[in-house]
Design a protein around this ligand. Structure first.
Ligand code: ATP
Length: 370
């Protein structure tokens, strides 16, 4: 059987532990040896006790745990070839011939690069006399499969990433808490949510919580955005709404690329000399509560099914198969070429349909009160 190692890399997301559990147990069940690489690529580069063999019961109870129990890290060394050489050496020394990596597009890009450089990396190690030709003989091919773990839902080619629905649920819960106090005091809240490049969380939370206004990176605002926002909010107030919720993704900006900040919005809502509004306005930055906590049922389900499929993909792989990642499309678990998805992610972002956005926001009070 193969010797399959599981690793988590980049930012953590709820559901990663479900993926680890599924990969480890499926590997064992399929007659393979299972390993975990702790601390992301750092563990692969450093080796030693950061690479550990796993048994069936080592992952017991992991499904409902938040974060990643095998650690994650950003690893500078892996960006450079000497770091990847060291990683390749540790793979051979531990007899690992297949890797499943759960991370964001950066982590998966690094994985594909690593595979593309194989077996050049291990041949170089022989030239440098760090390994013998005999040692590397069984490792001519490296199999890698990606799982997308990210709270942002920012990968093209898949409907959902592992963790995004947990983060969304957490945001909605927090907005509910804030709404109770906001309407008690008739206040406005500007709530900043994660999403530097992808506004999926902010938009979905805006729809799910009935926010008054949402700023996302995919919809750069026109020059009159201040007036537009204030007009909508003034109308909501006029028809008797006691609370105002504005959601802003970290990467919100106008059409010139200037950042739109929570502080700026607060001034617009509270300073009557700006747009005529004088709302008692507070800013809440949700921060890392969005990442933490346990995975919702959907992420446990998704990570488990995708983890099983990752091992299947490893066992089906031939040297010619382009590196796959495991996706979900219309409720079917699928395998897709990784490189193309990474390119699409960079070029078109995860397309949030402008029409969908406008339709969703039409459900606000104003549109009905006209
Ligand atoms: P997140 O969604 O949290 O940003 P990510 O996987 O995209 O997750 P990155 O910080 O981009 O996060 O990547 C994690 C690690 O993967 C890096 O620290 C580095 O070790 C490795 N990595 C990323 N991109 C590359 C690359 N182009 N070449 C080699 N290694 C890379």
């Amino acid at each position: 059987g193969k010797r399959i190692a599981m690793m988590t890399s980049g930012g953590d997301s709820p559901g990663m532990n479900g993926a680890i559990r599924a990969v480890i147990r499926t590997a064992i069940e399929r007659g393979c040896e299972a390993y975990c690489i702790y601390e992301g690529y750092e563990g692969l580069v450093q080796g030693g006790n950061l690479i550990r063999k796993m048994g069936w019961s080592d992952v017991r109870g992991w499904l409902s745990e938040g974060g990643t129990l095998i650690g994650t890290a950003r690893c500078m060394a892996f960006y450079e070839r000497p770091g990847r050489l060291q990683a390749a050496k540790n793979m051979v020394l531990n007899g690992i011939d297949a890797l499943v990596i759960c991370g964001g597009d950066g982590s998966l890009t690094g994985a594909d690069k690593f595979r593309a450089e194989w077996p050049g990396l291990i041949e170089e190690l022989v030239q440098k006399k760090e390994l013998t030709a005999q040692q590397i003989a069984p490792y001519k091919h490296l199999n890698i499969v990606g799982l997308v773990g990210s709270i942002d839902n920012d990968m093209s080619g898949t409907d959902a990433t592992i963790g995004c629905f947990s983060a969304l649920a957490r945001i909605c819960e927090m907005v509910d808490y804030i709404e109770a106090t906001a309407s008690s005091h008739s206040r406005a809240f500007v709530i900043e949510v994660m999403g530097r490049h992808c506004g999926w969380l902010a938009l979905m939370a805006g729809v799910a919580c009935g926010a008054d206004f949402v700023f996302i990176p995919e919809k750069p605002r026109a020059d009159d955005w201040q007036q537009e926002m204030c007009k909508v909010i003034a109308e909501h107030r006029k028809i008797g709404k006691r609370k105002t919720i504005v959601l802003i993704a970290e990467g919100a900006h106008d059409r010139h690329g200037n950042k739109i900040s929570a502080e700026q919005i607060k001034v617009l809502l509270s300073d009557p000399t700006k747009c005529g509004l004088s709302l008692d306005t507070r800013i809440t930055t949700l921060g890392h509560v969005q990442r933490g906590g346990t995975a919702v049922a959907y992420d446990r389900y998704l990570s488990t099914l995708q983890g099983v499929e990752a091992v299947n993909a490893i066992l089906d792989a031939t040297p010619e198969t382009p590196t796959p990642f495991i996706a979900i499309n219309e409720n079917k678990i699928t395998r897709k070429p990784l490189v193309q998805a990474v390119i699409d992610t960079k070029e078109v972002a995860k397309a949030i349909d402008a029409q969908d956005y406008d339709r969703a926001m039409k459900l606000r009070d104003t549109e009905f009160s006209d």
